[in-house]
Design a protein around this ligand. Structure first.
Ligand SMILES: Nc1ncnc2c1ncn2[C@@H]1O[C@H](COP(=O)(O)OP(=O)(O)OC[C@H]2O[C@@H]([n+]3cccc(C(=O)O)c3)[C@H](O)[C@@H]2O)[C@@H](O)[C@H]1O
Ligand SMILES: Nc1ncnc2c1ncn2[C@@H]1O[C@H](COP(=O)(O)OP(=O)(O)OP(=O)(O)O)[C@@H](O)[C@H]1O
Ligand SMILES: [Mg+2]
Length: 280
């Protein structure tokens, strides 16, 4: 591809995802907290709900969510809404102590631990009984992510609360999330941030550096616990962030990233309907 076309494509993707290479951390924290406060006010919602894994994204989004409910409560003392943090292990979670450390940092109004092991396994068993087919480890991983979505929406429904999503630009560009699983949410406070910016905000907020600089994992596979995102994606977060920041990366990585971006376009759109034609 000629250099000018490469640059135009990169710029279009950066603009679509709303990435800003240079951010002021303090004003970015204020802007994102105010955004949640403003939306709580507008919707009169009964609080916020978020799954806390022990990874950096939910640590940072969780702390921002708790800051938002505290700020909203200060100006609306009669408001009874809360931030509900949910630890949702599938049986035994290898890094469960990180999820506890994240909760200690976030200091949520409500800390809930709920097993998704039995519900997930029951779904897989029912599918097998009905069809004779057992979901692969890969597909079961997506069922785990969707079971967490069901748990969060069940709790949100009880309290009229909104489900927070942790999608940021490095995940959005790759579609590296489960469609209607962790990709499903009502409010996305980290949207448009690179992974590095999420970490920088985590550092600025004073989160434990063990959590902030932890190697990212979706941790969805039973047969490969803690598999790193980078191993599965075949591309590094450094390359993804450099691309999102408008820097040049090597041609192989760029081509791979743009292929993944185009292939995952359906995840960034509403379900296709007869009046759509964006995929041509
Ligand atoms: N072109 C198209 N137009 C419209 N819909 C399309 C489609 N292609 C597939 N689909 C639909 O999308 C489904 C596939 O999408 P999906 O179910 O998401 O499945 P898929 O993208 O295959 O898997 C999710 C990926 O995200 C990763 N992940 C998941 C969860 C969390 C994290 C994390 O970082 O924490 C990472 C996971 O490791 C895996 O690599 C298909 O089954 C089909 O229903
Ligand atoms: N075991 C879990 N308990 C509760 N929520 C979870 C769990 N695993 C994943 N989630 C939810 O799914 C989201 C997506 O997972 P993802 O791995 O992308 O984020 P993370 O774990 O917060 O950070 P990182 O990407 O750096 O690992 C999490 O932010 C969290 O909200
Ligand atoms: Mg994770």
């Amino acid at each position: 591809m000629p250099t000018s076309r490469k640059v135009i494509m990169q710029r279009q993707i950066i603009n679509t995802l709303g990435v800003q290479a240079d951010i002021d951390l303090d004003s970015e924290i204020v802007r994102r907290v105010n955004f949640m406060v403003d939306y709580l006010h507008h919707t009169r919602a009964g609080g916020l709900v978020l799954g806390i894994s022990g990874g950096v994204d939910s640590t940072v989004a969780g702390r921002l969510a708790q800051m938002a409910v505290e700020q909203y409560r200060r100006v609306n003392p009669d408001w009874t809404g809360k931030f509900y943090a949910m630890r949702l292990p599938y049986h035994i979670q290898g890094d469960a102590d990180d999820a506890v450390a994240a909760i200690e940092f976030i200091k949520p109004d409500v800390d809930i631990e709920m097993q998704i092991g039995s519900a997930t396994d029951a779904l897989a068993m029912s599918l097998k009984d009905a069809t004779g087919e057992e979901p692969s480890d890969y597909n079961l991983g997506n069922v785990k992510a969707r079971m967490r979505m069901i748990a969060q929406y069940a709790l949100a429904g009880e309290h009229g609360a909104l489900v927070v999503g942790t999608d940021q630009a490095a995940e959005s560009i790759t579609g590296f999330y489960t469609k209607f699983g962790d990709g499903a949410a009502d409010i996305m406070p980290l949207a448009g941030l690179t992974k590095t910016q999420v970490r920088n905000i985590g550092d600025r907020l004073g989160a434990d550096s063990r959590l902030v600089h932890k190697i990212p994992t979706a941790d969805l596979l039973t047969n490969k616990p803690g598999q790193t995102d980078e191993a599965e994606l075949g591309i590094s977060y450094d390359d993804i962030d450099a691309y999102l920041s408008g820097d040049a990366i090597n041609d192989d990585a760029r081509e791979k990233l743009e292929t993944i971006y185009h292939r995952s376009e359906h995840k960034r759109r509403l379900p296709v309907r007869p009046s759509d034609d964006w995929w041509y």
